[in-house]
Design a binder for this molecule. Structure first.
Ligand code: F6P
Length: 321
Protein backbone atom coordinates (compact mmCIF):
# COMPACT_ATOMS: atom_id res chain seq x y z
CA UNK A 1 0.00 0.00 0.00
CA UNK A 2 1.60 3.26 -1.17
CA UNK A 3 -0.87 5.88 -0.03
CA UNK A 4 -4.09 6.29 1.95
CA UNK A 5 -6.50 9.17 2.52
CA UNK A 6 -8.18 10.28 5.72
CA UNK A 7 -11.24 12.50 6.11
CA UNK A 8 -13.69 13.63 8.78
CA UNK A 9 -17.34 14.01 7.87
CA UNK A 10 -20.70 14.83 9.51
CA UNK A 11 -20.96 16.58 12.87
CA UNK A 12 -17.54 17.23 14.39
CA UNK A 13 -16.69 15.40 17.60
CA UNK A 14 -13.94 16.05 20.17
CA UNK A 15 -11.27 13.40 19.65
CA UNK A 16 -11.41 13.50 15.84
CA UNK A 17 -8.01 15.21 15.82
CA UNK A 18 -6.54 12.48 18.00
CA UNK A 19 -7.83 9.99 15.47
CA UNK A 20 -6.39 11.85 12.46
CA UNK A 21 -3.04 12.01 14.25
CA UNK A 22 -3.13 8.27 14.90
CA UNK A 23 -4.01 7.48 11.28
CA UNK A 24 -1.18 9.65 9.99
CA UNK A 25 1.50 8.39 12.34
CA UNK A 26 0.53 4.72 12.04
CA UNK A 27 0.57 4.98 8.25
CA UNK A 28 3.89 6.82 8.11
CA UNK A 29 5.44 4.26 10.46
CA UNK A 30 4.41 1.67 7.87
CA UNK A 31 5.92 3.71 5.00
CA UNK A 32 2.54 4.78 3.66
CA UNK A 33 1.91 8.29 2.40
CA UNK A 34 -1.20 10.03 3.82
CA UNK A 35 -3.45 12.59 2.18
CA UNK A 36 -5.78 14.59 4.41
CA UNK A 37 -9.00 15.32 2.51
CA UNK A 38 -10.59 18.59 3.57
CA UNK A 39 -14.29 19.17 4.41
CA UNK A 40 -15.19 15.48 4.33
CA UNK A 41 -16.50 14.00 1.09
CA UNK A 42 -16.79 17.52 -0.35
CA UNK A 43 -12.99 17.68 -0.53
CA UNK A 44 -12.89 14.44 -2.51
CA UNK A 45 -15.26 15.93 -5.09
CA UNK A 46 -13.55 19.33 -5.28
CA UNK A 47 -9.95 18.07 -4.96
CA UNK A 48 -9.23 19.79 -1.65
CA UNK A 49 -6.47 17.89 0.07
CA UNK A 50 -2.98 18.11 1.55
CA UNK A 51 -0.28 15.60 2.19
CA UNK A 52 0.05 15.06 5.93
CA UNK A 53 3.40 14.49 7.60
CA UNK A 54 4.24 13.53 11.18
CA UNK A 55 4.70 17.24 11.80
CA UNK A 56 1.30 18.25 10.30
CA UNK A 57 -0.43 16.45 13.16
CA UNK A 58 1.73 17.79 16.00
CA UNK A 59 -0.04 19.71 18.72
CA UNK A 60 -3.58 18.70 17.72
CA UNK A 61 -4.39 15.83 20.11
CA UNK A 62 -5.69 18.28 22.71
CA UNK A 63 -7.87 20.27 20.31
CA UNK A 64 -11.60 19.94 19.74
CA UNK A 65 -13.13 20.10 16.24
CA UNK A 66 -11.23 18.67 13.30
CA UNK A 67 -8.11 20.07 11.62
CA UNK A 68 -9.42 18.68 8.31
CA UNK A 69 -12.78 20.48 8.63
CA UNK A 70 -16.01 18.62 8.03
CA UNK A 71 -19.31 18.87 6.16
CA UNK A 72 -22.55 17.06 5.49
CA UNK A 73 -22.18 16.56 1.74
CA UNK A 74 -25.35 16.11 -0.34
CA UNK A 75 -23.41 15.77 -3.60
CA UNK A 76 -21.81 12.59 -2.27
CA UNK A 77 -25.25 10.98 -2.02
CA UNK A 78 -25.42 10.65 -5.82
CA UNK A 79 -23.12 8.45 -7.98
CA UNK A 80 -21.74 11.45 -9.92
CA UNK A 81 -20.17 12.92 -6.77
CA UNK A 82 -18.64 9.60 -5.79
CA UNK A 83 -17.22 9.14 -9.31
CA UNK A 84 -15.37 12.46 -8.97
CA UNK A 85 -13.95 11.24 -5.65
CA UNK A 86 -12.80 7.94 -7.15
CA UNK A 87 -11.00 9.79 -9.96
CA UNK A 88 -9.09 11.95 -7.50
CA UNK A 89 -8.01 8.95 -5.44
CA UNK A 90 -6.86 7.06 -8.54
CA UNK A 91 -4.81 10.08 -9.60
CA UNK A 92 -3.17 10.17 -6.15
CA UNK A 93 -2.53 6.38 -6.13
CA UNK A 94 -4.58 6.10 -2.96
CA UNK A 95 -5.31 2.48 -2.09
CA UNK A 96 -7.33 2.93 1.08
CA UNK A 97 -9.50 5.49 2.87
CA UNK A 98 -10.20 6.10 6.56
CA UNK A 99 -13.53 7.90 7.02
CA UNK A 100 -14.04 9.32 10.51
CA UNK A 101 -17.65 10.22 11.35
CA UNK A 102 -21.09 8.86 12.14
CA UNK A 103 -24.03 7.23 10.46
CA UNK A 104 -24.18 9.53 7.38
CA UNK A 105 -20.43 9.13 6.83
CA UNK A 106 -20.75 5.35 6.87
CA UNK A 107 -23.61 5.38 4.35
CA UNK A 108 -21.41 7.44 2.00
CA UNK A 109 -18.38 5.23 2.63
CA UNK A 110 -20.32 2.04 1.98
CA UNK A 111 -21.72 3.24 -1.37
CA UNK A 112 -18.24 4.34 -2.38
CA UNK A 113 -16.66 0.99 -1.50
CA UNK A 114 -19.37 -0.89 -3.39
CA UNK A 115 -19.17 1.20 -6.55
CA UNK A 116 -15.45 1.84 -6.82
CA UNK A 117 -13.75 -1.05 -5.01
CA UNK A 118 -11.55 1.33 -3.04
CA UNK A 119 -10.89 -0.15 0.41
CA UNK A 120 -12.48 2.00 3.09
CA UNK A 121 -12.73 1.76 6.87
CA UNK A 122 -15.01 3.82 9.09
CA UNK A 123 -14.02 5.19 12.50
CA UNK A 124 -17.06 5.99 14.70
CA UNK A 125 -16.97 9.60 15.86
CA UNK A 126 -20.15 11.36 16.95
CA UNK A 127 -21.16 12.85 20.26
CA UNK A 128 -24.49 10.98 19.98
CA UNK A 129 -22.94 7.52 20.63
CA UNK A 130 -25.70 6.01 18.49
CA UNK A 131 -23.54 3.70 16.35
CA UNK A 132 -23.91 -0.07 16.53
CA UNK A 133 -20.61 -2.00 16.66
CA UNK A 134 -18.80 -0.05 19.35
CA UNK A 135 -19.48 0.54 23.05
CA UNK A 136 -18.57 4.21 22.71
CA UNK A 137 -18.07 6.63 19.86
CA UNK A 138 -15.34 9.25 19.83
CA UNK A 139 -16.66 12.53 21.28
CA UNK A 140 -19.41 11.12 23.48
CA UNK A 141 -17.43 11.25 26.72
CA UNK A 142 -16.41 14.87 26.16
CA UNK A 143 -19.97 15.93 25.28
CA UNK A 144 -21.34 14.26 28.41
CA UNK A 145 -18.78 15.96 30.62
CA UNK A 146 -19.48 19.38 29.08
CA UNK A 147 -23.22 18.91 29.62
CA UNK A 148 -22.65 17.71 33.18
CA UNK A 149 -20.58 20.75 34.00
CA UNK A 150 -23.40 22.96 32.66
CA UNK A 151 -26.02 21.11 34.69
CA UNK A 152 -23.98 21.46 37.87
CA UNK A 153 -23.95 25.22 37.30
CA UNK A 154 -27.67 25.36 36.48
CA UNK A 155 -28.36 23.42 39.68
CA UNK A 156 -26.91 26.28 41.76
CA UNK A 157 -29.33 28.80 40.32
CA UNK A 158 -32.22 26.30 40.29
CA UNK A 159 -31.63 25.72 43.97
CA UNK A 160 -31.34 29.41 44.84
CA UNK A 161 -34.56 30.37 43.04
CA UNK A 162 -36.37 27.13 43.87
CA UNK A 163 -37.14 26.61 40.21
CA UNK A 164 -37.73 23.85 37.73
CA UNK A 165 -35.21 23.76 34.86
CA UNK A 166 -35.79 21.88 31.63
CA UNK A 167 -32.42 21.27 29.98
CA UNK A 168 -32.17 20.08 26.39
CA UNK A 169 -29.08 18.10 25.38
CA UNK A 170 -28.07 16.92 21.90
CA UNK A 171 -29.07 13.56 20.46
CA UNK A 172 -31.02 13.78 17.23
CA UNK A 173 -32.40 10.24 17.33
CA UNK A 174 -31.04 8.89 20.56
CA UNK A 175 -30.91 9.44 24.29
CA UNK A 176 -27.39 8.27 25.16
CA UNK A 177 -26.22 11.75 26.18
CA UNK A 178 -29.46 12.54 28.05
CA UNK A 179 -29.43 9.30 30.02
CA UNK A 180 -25.81 9.49 31.13
CA UNK A 181 -26.00 13.21 31.89
CA UNK A 182 -29.35 12.83 33.63
CA UNK A 183 -27.99 10.24 36.04
CA UNK A 184 -24.66 12.00 36.58
CA UNK A 185 -26.42 15.34 37.09
CA UNK A 186 -29.00 13.91 39.51
CA UNK A 187 -31.97 14.85 37.29
CA UNK A 188 -35.51 14.20 38.53
CA UNK A 189 -36.65 13.18 35.05
CA UNK A 190 -34.91 12.07 31.84
CA UNK A 191 -36.75 12.17 28.51
CA UNK A 192 -35.36 10.27 25.51
CA UNK A 193 -36.74 9.25 22.11
CA UNK A 194 -36.32 5.53 22.88
CA UNK A 195 -38.76 5.61 25.80
CA UNK A 196 -42.40 6.73 25.72
CA UNK A 197 -43.06 9.75 27.95
CA UNK A 198 -46.33 10.56 29.68
CA UNK A 199 -46.17 14.30 30.34
CA UNK A 200 -49.21 14.33 32.63
CA UNK A 201 -47.70 11.68 34.91
CA UNK A 202 -44.33 13.43 34.80
CA UNK A 203 -45.89 16.78 35.81
CA UNK A 204 -47.75 15.08 38.64
CA UNK A 205 -44.54 13.44 39.91
CA UNK A 206 -42.73 16.79 39.90
CA UNK A 207 -45.66 18.44 41.67
CA UNK A 208 -45.82 15.65 44.29
CA UNK A 209 -42.07 16.06 44.83
CA UNK A 210 -42.63 19.73 45.62
CA UNK A 211 -45.31 18.87 48.16
CA UNK A 212 -42.87 16.50 49.84
CA UNK A 213 -40.26 19.25 50.19
CA UNK A 214 -38.21 19.25 46.99
CA UNK A 215 -37.51 22.88 46.21
CA UNK A 216 -36.03 22.63 42.72
CA UNK A 217 -36.05 20.16 39.84
CA UNK A 218 -33.88 19.32 36.86
CA UNK A 219 -35.47 17.67 33.82
CA UNK A 220 -33.12 16.52 31.07
CA UNK A 221 -34.62 16.23 27.58
CA UNK A 222 -32.89 14.69 24.56
CA UNK A 223 -33.17 16.79 21.41
CA UNK A 224 -34.98 13.95 19.62
CA UNK A 225 -37.63 13.40 22.33
CA UNK A 226 -40.88 12.38 20.62
CA UNK A 227 -43.12 14.61 22.79
CA UNK A 228 -41.38 17.74 21.47
CA UNK A 229 -38.47 20.02 22.33
CA UNK A 230 -37.65 21.43 25.76
CA UNK A 231 -39.86 24.52 25.29
CA UNK A 232 -42.90 22.45 24.28
CA UNK A 233 -42.41 20.09 27.19
CA UNK A 234 -41.88 22.93 29.67
CA UNK A 235 -45.11 24.58 28.53
CA UNK A 236 -47.09 21.39 28.90
CA UNK A 237 -45.75 20.78 32.40
CA UNK A 238 -46.64 24.33 33.37
CA UNK A 239 -50.18 23.96 32.05
CA UNK A 240 -50.68 20.88 34.23
CA UNK A 241 -48.79 21.87 37.36
CA UNK A 242 -48.75 25.68 37.22
CA UNK A 243 -45.08 25.58 38.14
CA UNK A 244 -42.64 28.25 37.05
CA UNK A 245 -39.78 27.10 34.83
CA UNK A 246 -36.71 28.08 32.83
CA UNK A 247 -35.44 26.30 29.70
CA UNK A 248 -31.78 25.89 28.73
CA UNK A 249 -30.79 24.41 25.37
CA UNK A 250 -27.14 23.39 25.61
CA UNK A 251 -26.75 22.94 21.84
CA UNK A 252 -23.43 23.02 20.04
CA UNK A 253 -21.42 23.88 23.15
CA UNK A 254 -21.49 20.09 23.72
CA UNK A 255 -19.48 19.51 20.52
CA UNK A 256 -16.61 21.88 21.27
CA UNK A 257 -13.62 22.08 23.57
CA UNK A 258 -10.71 19.93 24.49
CA UNK A 259 -11.40 16.18 24.34
CA UNK A 260 -11.34 14.18 27.57
CA UNK A 261 -8.59 11.61 28.10
CA UNK A 262 -11.06 8.83 27.18
CA UNK A 263 -11.83 10.44 23.84
CA UNK A 264 -8.17 11.04 23.10
CA UNK A 265 -7.43 7.40 23.88
CA UNK A 266 -10.36 6.02 21.89
CA UNK A 267 -9.57 8.33 18.95
CA UNK A 268 -5.93 7.22 18.97
CA UNK A 269 -6.75 3.53 19.29
CA UNK A 270 -9.42 3.39 16.59
CA UNK A 271 -7.48 5.61 14.18
CA UNK A 272 -4.43 3.39 14.45
CA UNK A 273 -6.46 0.18 14.15
CA UNK A 274 -8.21 1.51 11.04
CA UNK A 275 -4.86 1.77 9.25
CA UNK A 276 -3.83 -1.70 10.42
CA UNK A 277 -7.21 -2.97 9.21
CA UNK A 278 -6.56 -1.55 5.73
CA UNK A 279 -3.10 -3.14 5.74
CA UNK A 280 -4.72 -6.47 6.60
CA UNK A 281 -7.04 -6.21 3.60
CA UNK A 282 -10.21 -5.15 5.41
CA UNK A 283 -12.74 -2.96 3.65
CA UNK A 284 -16.32 -1.71 3.96
CA UNK A 285 -16.13 -2.14 7.73
CA UNK A 286 -16.15 0.05 10.81
CA UNK A 287 -13.57 -0.38 13.56
CA UNK A 288 -15.00 -0.25 17.07
CA UNK A 289 -14.25 -1.27 20.62
CA UNK A 290 -16.53 -3.69 22.45
CA UNK A 291 -15.65 -4.89 25.96
CA UNK A 292 -12.12 -3.51 25.50
CA UNK A 293 -11.57 -5.53 22.32
CA UNK A 294 -11.15 -4.21 18.78
CA UNK A 295 -14.03 -5.35 16.58
CA UNK A 296 -14.63 -4.83 12.85
CA UNK A 297 -18.31 -4.57 11.85
CA UNK A 298 -19.60 -4.37 8.25
CA UNK A 299 -20.50 -0.73 7.58
CA UNK A 300 -24.02 -1.70 6.61
CA UNK A 301 -24.58 -3.41 9.99
CA UNK A 302 -23.72 -0.17 11.76
CA UNK A 303 -27.05 1.33 10.66
CA UNK A 304 -29.24 -1.71 10.00
CA UNK A 305 -28.76 -2.73 13.65
CA UNK A 306 -29.82 -0.48 16.45
CA UNK A 307 -27.60 0.23 19.43
CA UNK A 308 -29.90 0.15 22.44
CA UNK A 309 -29.68 2.34 25.48
CA UNK A 310 -29.56 0.52 28.80
CA UNK A 311 -33.18 0.77 29.97
CA UNK A 312 -32.24 -0.41 33.48
CA UNK A 313 -30.63 2.96 33.94
CA UNK A 314 -34.08 4.59 33.90
CA UNK A 315 -35.08 2.66 37.00
CA UNK A 316 -31.81 3.69 38.62
CA UNK A 317 -32.51 7.35 37.77
CA UNK A 318 -36.05 7.10 39.22
CA UNK A 319 -34.80 5.35 42.33
CA UNK A 320 -32.17 7.97 43.03
CA UNK A 321 -34.12 11.10 42.06
O1 F6P B 1 -24.88 14.01 15.25
C1 F6P B 1 -24.34 14.91 16.15
C2 F6P B 1 -25.24 16.10 16.36
O2 F6P B 1 -24.62 16.99 17.24
C3 F6P B 1 -26.66 15.77 16.84
O3 F6P B 1 -26.72 15.52 18.22
C4 F6P B 1 -27.41 16.99 16.41
O4 F6P B 1 -28.77 16.72 16.23
C5 F6P B 1 -26.76 17.32 15.10
O5 F6P B 1 -25.46 16.79 15.14
C6 F6P B 1 -26.70 18.79 14.78
O6 F6P B 1 -26.14 18.94 13.52
P1 F6P B 1 -25.73 20.33 12.88
O7 F6P B 1 -24.50 20.81 13.60
O8 F6P B 1 -25.46 20.02 11.46
O9 F6P B 1 -26.87 21.26 13.10
Amino acid sequence: MKAIAVLTSGGDAPGMNASIRAVVRTAINNNIKVYGIERGFTGLIYKEYQELTRHSVSNIIQRGGTMLKTSRCDEWKVPKGREAGAKLLQKLDVEGVVAIGGDGTFHGAHSFAEEHQIPIIGVPATIDNDIYGTDYTIGFDTAVNIALDAIDKIRDTADSHERMFIIEVMGRNSGFIALEVGIGGGAEEILVPEEKTNITELAERIFEGRKKGKTSSIIVVAEGEEEGNAFTIANRIKRISGMEYRVVVLGHIQRGGSPTSRDRLLGSLLGSQAVLGLLNGRTDVMVGEINSKIVFTPLEDSWTNQKNIDKNLFSLAQLLA
